[in-house]
Ligand binder design. Structure first.
Ligand SMILES: Nc1nc2c(ncn2[C@@H]2O[C@H](COP(=O)(O)OP(=O)(O)OP(=O)(O)O)[C@@H](O)[C@H]2O)c(=O)[nH]1
Length: 342
């Protein structure tokens, strides 16, 4: 038992990303404690509101079968889960048929950010001790992974995680796309597979630093990062690529809706009150991205569109594909990549 336990701790701490860590935690709990259902839930905090996402869930089916359920927003979260997230306390509920539902809080930097939910036929005291220990190991390791993946100033994903996160997102979209309800409609299949990558750059940021100091510049970056987190969906990826440059990857959607969404965001930036700075704007370069593209090529394309936006007045949104179609810029050649991923 002791050796198995040590092996499971090794397994949990061997992982290098949050998704694998969650998978290891759930399989370890199932291996040592054996439950009917184990799920990890997260509070996404959209516009200051509690929005709960089920990150991963394992359901035990008859005949030793398992069902892994993927990411999904929980439309009507049980009140116990909400209480657990709000109070950061363990909540246990026993049903008349002996089923026990237990919610254990997950905290990061002393703030509850999620919960682990266990459905069982009731846990013995040693099982409860083990479960709590696994959850604490998970929490400690999560905070290390979180720090490695995040930009220190804004808390957004950092540039080093770009390739890995993008690959995960596109692989997931490819799976969803194959499962999609349009198997015989190639037009809709094609549309469904198209995500978008945006490169966002603050206009004349140097002037802000030069006029009001670096601390004010940092404050502007922080506020903009907060706005992006609140405005875009939790499933979209937001990276700080360095300085005043951000890269966003959006879930598949059509051209009109992404254009409208980004234009509204630019309006939000224009109307936001930043300290000292009266008005601020951003320039944005966009490009399509599909699971078959090289991330570096798409970055280069968005960068070209951004450069065009900067050269043509700033406070503009430009789509690479449109600029090519209108012959306003030259087609990207594969050899000309000059963006570093790190
Ligand atoms: N406050 C602050 N400034 C930063 C940070 N990282 C980079 N910068 C500054 O960002 C500025 C970027 O300036 P430029 O690349 O010339 O761009 P810009 O002034 O925004 O001009 P355009 O992009 O052409 O509109 C430089 O002054 C950097 O020193 C940071 O973390 N904090």
């Amino acid at each position: 038992m002791q050796e198995e336990l040590l092996n499971s701790v090794i397994k949990i701490t061997k992982t290098r990303d949050v998704d694998s860590l969650e998978y290891s935690l759930i399989s370890t709990i199932q291996e040592f404690i054996g439950c009917q259902e184990i799920g990890i839930y997260k509070d996404l905090q959209v516009q200051g509101q509690l929005v709960i996402e089920r990150s991963l869930c394992l359901k035990v089916l008859p005949h030793d079968d398992f069902l892994w359920e993927d990411r999904d927003v929980v439309k009507e979260p049980p009140s116990e889960l909400v209480s657990c997230l709000q109070s950061a306390c363990i909540i246990t509920v026993q049903s008349a048929d002996g089923t026990e539902r237990r919610w254990l809080p997950i905290t990061l930097q002393e703030k509850p950010i999620g919960a682990i939910a266990i459905v069982s036929k009731g846990l013995s005291s040693p099982d409860q001790v083990l479960l709590n220990a696994f959850c604490r190991i998970f929490e400690n390791y999560l905070s290390i992974l979180h720090e490695n993946e995040r930009d220190k100033l804004t808390g957004l994903l950092n540039r080093q995680t770009f390739e890995k996160k993008l690959k995960q997102l596109l692989e997931k979209q490819l799976i969803d796309h194959h499962k999609s309800s349009y198997p015989n409609d190639s037009r809709k299949r094609g549309m469904g597979a198209t995500s978008w990558l945006a490169m966002v750059d603050i206009d004349h940021f140097k002037k802000i630093n030069d006029s009001y100091g670096h601390v004010c510049g940092d404050e502007v970056l922080l506020i903009l990062a907060q706005k992006m987190r609140q405005y875009f969906r939790s499933s979209d990826l937001i990276f700080r690529f360095g300085g005043e440059e951000f890269v966003l990857v959006f879930e598949p959607c059509n051209y009109d809706s992404i254009k409208a969404k980004i234009e509204k965001f630019m309006e939000l930036v224009r109307s936001t009150h930043f300290p000292f700075v009266k008005t601020m704007s951003v320039s944005i370069g966009m490009s399509r991205i599909s699971p078959y593209d090289f991330p570096i090529t798409v970055l280069e394309q968005a960068d070209k569109a951004l450069y065009f936006a900067k050269e043509n007045g700033r406070d503009k949104l430009c789509f690479y594909e449109e600029l090519i179609e209108q012959e306003l810029i030259a087609q990207q050649s594969d050899e000309s990549n000059d963006i570093d991923l790190f």
